[in-house]
Ligand binder design. Structure first.
Ligand code: PGA
Length: 246
């Protein structure tokens, strides 16, 4: 794993956007894996700014998002489909038909999991997957204890995840308790992974990732088995790493 240290969230976002833009320019038909949550919002903003200023094109790009809440349709403001449209897709020249997100309202969720896994394979897999990390080490919605061999599947969200994501909803009771997520093996099959980590709340997770064992109790630790992971982390997340890891 390679770590790039940056000063703050803004710099992390800019650096991540540059990284992605460079890959898109090199390979206009790239298959990008995308994430939601607070972490990548700044990155998407920088991608939009670059698109408007420099005309980087996403017309041939295909995207696969990590996850979606079960029960939320695309017009629900808290669905990840809505999030992606609102934070990125509506402002770049991407073909929406090439943007893939699991359906939160599929008639058969098991079937939806198979369909999603299959569509990723049929596209030849993901070239570059963007990831955030949960404070409990989750990647996508793969909570602690998820098998490293898992494919796209249905999850019960951990209470800590529901609590963390409640900030996007008016009331914690509105946060769905289930989601569909790419599995850990799905994520690990990506050719390259870019992990973004910012802020005090992610300090312990970064510390455990770098210094802990590779173990299903901390899903992100599996990234150490991947040959091509780049972490962009800000000073606050990295700060006192040696001290707090004692
Ligand atoms: P966050 O979530 O970006 O909102 O902190 C990251 C995650 O839970 O994976």
């Amino acid at each position: 794993m390679r770590i790039i240290e940056v000063n703050d969230y803004q710099q992390m976002s800019k650096r991540a956007a540059e990284y992605i833009i460079n890959k898109v320019v090199q390979n206009p038909s790239i298959k990008l894996g995308l994430a939601t949550g607070g972490t990548p919002i700044g990155t998407y903003k920088s991608l939009i700014e670059d698109h408007q200023k420099n005309g980087t094109s996403y017309q041939k790009v295909t995207t696969f998002n990590l996850d979606e809440y079960i029960g939320l349709s695309s017009d629900n403001k808290n669905s990840y489909r809505y999030f992606m449209n609102d934070h990125l897709f509506n402002y770049i020249d991407i073909n929406k038909a090439k943007t893939n997100i699991p359906s939160g309202i599929a008639p058969d969720f098991q079937e939806e999991c198979h369909r999603y896994e299959d569509i990723i394979s049929r596209h030849g897999g993901i070239d570059l997957q963007i990831l955030g990390i949960g404070s409990n080490g989750h990647i996508g919605f793969n909570e602690p204890g998820t098998s490293f061999g898992s494919k796209t599947h249905i999850v019960n969200l951990a209470p800590s995840t529901i609590q963390a994501n409640a900030r996007f909803f008016s009331r914690i009771e509105e946060v769905p308790t289930k989601a569909i997520t790419m599995g850990i093996s799905t994520i690990l099959k990506s050719k390259e992974i870019l992990l973004l980590i910012s802020g005090e709340k992610k300090k312990d997770a970064l510390c455990r990732l770098l210094n802990g064992e590779i173990n299903e109790s901390f899903p992100a630790s599996v990234l150490k088995n991947h040959p091509c992971v780049t972490i962009i982390a800000d000073k606050v997340a990295i700060a006192d790493l040696e001290v707090q890891c004692l």
